[in-house]
Design a protein around this ligand. Sequence first.
Ligand code: ATP
Ligand code: MG
Ligand code: FE
Length: 349
Amino acid sequence: MKVLGIETSCDETGVAVFDTAIGGAAGLRAHAVYSQIALHAEYGGVVPELASRDHVRKLLPLIRQTLAEADLSTRDLDGVAYTAGPGLVGALLVGAGVARSLAWALDVPAIGVHHMEGHLLAPLMEDADPLLGPPQPPFVALLVSGGHTQLVAVDAIGVYRLLGETLDDAAGEAFDKTAKLMGLPYPGGPQLAALAEHGTPGAFRFPRPMTTRPGLDFSFSGLKTQVLLAWQGSDQSEATRADIARGFEDAVVDTLAIKCARALDATGCNTLVVAGGVGANTRLRAKLQADAQRRGGRVCFPRPALCTDNGAMIAFAGALRLEAGQSSDAAVHVTPRWDMATLPPLAAA
Ligand code: ATP
Ligand code: MG
Ligand code: FE
């Protein structure tokens, strides 16, 4: 089954084709992402109306480009998957409108995909360990993105139990806000991480929030304030900025790793799946990899380009559900706020 995936939940237009007959990383026939970063940079954040309008401009050319790269025509498609939420309502409606219209014209089924389920399942489409294959539920998922920081027990595909989440800022949001307060240009998360590579470990030590008491929730907004105070009280040199960046990154990475270990202990799972933009962070990947080795467990990530928003994860998650016989009705309907625990299981219980 060849499924076109369309992602427009925020400021990236993503399009991909996933072929279930091939599967794995090779099943991803083509994928393209157009980022609106430059458009929003002068405002220091995403402007929803500008995002919607830019998706309108970019989506059809990107679909044509992706199909050409996959050497396919629209008539080869067996289904269309689109992000139906959570996200910005106007941005979501652009993707949903195009996806539904295309599916209607081609007379193929379409399905609205939950953006975070897309992130969560992305590691399953990668060619993982040749012996172990892709991660199989039950496992624990750490979702770390611009809008979410969640630990989720994945009992089966589509059966998600929230174990813990952030009480304030998401991890990606904390990276972006911390970068901004130290004067890095928008969106600063990846730049802060790059800067941290030049910093001296231990030069600045920040607390690991909420790790000294039990529980699986997170809080990152206090850390941001700690960084602000350290930055304001410093010489504000390039070297100090890198040292603070390193101290901040180490605090976030340690905090995430401590809670992941706790979630694995609580659920009795030995497989951890990590997804979302912060999953691209080199230090987080290395730390969780080392922890997994020590525990005798396993950690799986998507390649960095599939950690941040993309159409591939939507094509893949949609393809799994379409193949299971699920589809959405012909209405152009989106769900800007959407709890992943309300999703139907992939297979009938
Ligand atoms: P959500 O998925 O919750 O709706 P989103 O789609 O905006 O939010 P993603 O695209 O998954 O989020 O991830 C973007 C976030 O990831 C940004 O906050 C960005 O700063 C962060 N990020 C990307 N690369 C890195 C990195 N190498 N280190 C740390 N953070 C990173
Ligand atoms: Mg984005
Ligand atoms: Fe996302």
